[in-house]
Design a protein. Structure first.
Length: 136
């Protein structure tokens, strides 16, 4: 009986994980509490991406995985640039940093929107299958 609720609860948990990633993946590096929330949400989105890949929903898997790892790639880029900024002129560094933040935010919002659509499709499919599988 409770197995019928599993796909609906899994989709709802993906919504919560996406929300956690959305509010904590700002361009500025988060504090330890928000970083732990980001890691937990990203780990759950990676798990959802792996499940989508096993279900042969490759586009959904790509969006979920990209949404999960994009903040960490951006933070790694910022760390690398910060470690090697003595060779870069300050005005060039500031201009490139502004462009990097704008591009990251555009990518982040696009991935969040696509992942939200993927999760809503999963939730709709789970609700539809729940209604069809109910015993009479």
């Amino acid at each position: 009986m409770l197995d019928q609720y599993r796909p609906i609860l899994f989709a709802c948990s993906l919504i919560v994980a996406l929300w956690a990633v959305a509010i904590t993946s700002n361009p500025s590096f988060p504090d330890p509490l928000h970083l732990s929330l980001l890691i937990a949400g990203a780990a759950w989105l990676v798990f959802g991406g792996i499940i989508s890949n096993k279900e042969r929903r490759f586009v959904a898997a790509i969006f979920l995985l990209a949404t999960a790892i994009a903040p960490f790639i951006f933070y790694s880029e910022l760390y690398y640039i910060q470690q090697n900024n003595q060779d870069i002129d300050t005005t060039v560094f500031e201009a490139n940093f502004k462009h990097a933040v704008v591009i990251y935010n555009m990518l982040r919002y696009f991935l969040l929107a696509c992942s939200f659509l993927v999760i809503m499709l999963r939730l709709g499919r789970a609700i539809k299958n729940f209604a069809q599988d109910r015993p009479e």
